[in-house]
Ligand binder design. Sequence first.
Ligand SMILES: [Zn+2]
Length: 377
Amino acid sequence: MKFTVNSEDINCSARIGMLETSHGEILTPIFMPVGSAGAVKSLAPDELITAGATIILGNTYHLYLRPGTEIINTASGLHKFMAWERSILTDSGGFQVFSLAKMNKISDDGVEFQSHLDGSRHFFSPAVSMEIQRNLGGDIIMAFDQCPPGDSDIQIAEEALKRTSSWISECAQYLQDNPTLYDHEQTLFPIVQGSIYEELRRRSAEEVIPYASCGVAIGGLAVGEEKGAMFDMIELLDGVLPKDQPRYLMGVGRPTDLVRAVRLGIDMFDCVMPTRNARNGQLFTSHGIVNIKNKKYKTDFTQLDDSCNCYLCKNFTRAYLCHLIRVNEILGLRLASLHNISYYLNLMAVMRVEISSGAFSSWAENYLNEMSHLKGM
Ligand SMILES: [Zn+2]
């Protein structure tokens, strides 16, 4: 895998780059739609490609539970199983084990947990996570880390940091001893933890950066801490993380968060928000959030977003989408998801254009001013 920084903004840390994997080129900054269980909910691969997706996420925890590693291995990996020819990043399963599953015991060896589906008992260690991710065959695989809640005190945050640092070497060792199962390269991204504590963030970065060959992730943010603290940590890490590798901010966020984080040198994002909010009838548009279930849209025969070229905006009215979502038609969920993913991917494309033309700083300031009074953006 290779990363090239093509252009940098002179007034802030925003940059555009090109990440090349065995499954194609990814222009950064990029947003990665989340395909938790082997599908970006309700969308087909060709729809994602039309929307501009070049890389999507797969979830180790969900895919390990269902359909199970063996089936995906028999299918020759997740790319082939889900017929997605572009790049895939798989997470380590750690975040879901800590947030979704009923956690039984965490030790220096790993985490014992109960499935949120049927209560069955399982154990994830760095080696188990790597073994699953080898079977899934993502182009980018994530280190198994411990992500403490955003309001953790410094002792808990330090304990999580220590485990994360010791686990990254186990991950790297496993990958060295167990080569890829398919005919493409897999690159490990280490994860910086340390919660909202400056000295812990610095220490974590120092300890995991030696394992970064082409990319580092920032974990443990957007997990309940104050937003100001999140941006303080991103800004701090901007000065610490290698400039010649992509930086991935995990699980963030709202459109304005993306713009602010790009300004601080972040290159990669993922978040369930566009698809999850779509299913609740909440649409991101260039004029703010549209809660399409609202009865005022029942007779609104205008386009959802006049700045959007997605299939929904080109062909249907707000009134029609309002109807579909209110009566729970599957098409409504699909169109809403498609639009929100398009909004996020278009926003990233606009940022790349603004960075390359040297106008990003003023564009970002205008965007943030405009959106600051619009709730939910
Ligand atoms: Zn649209």
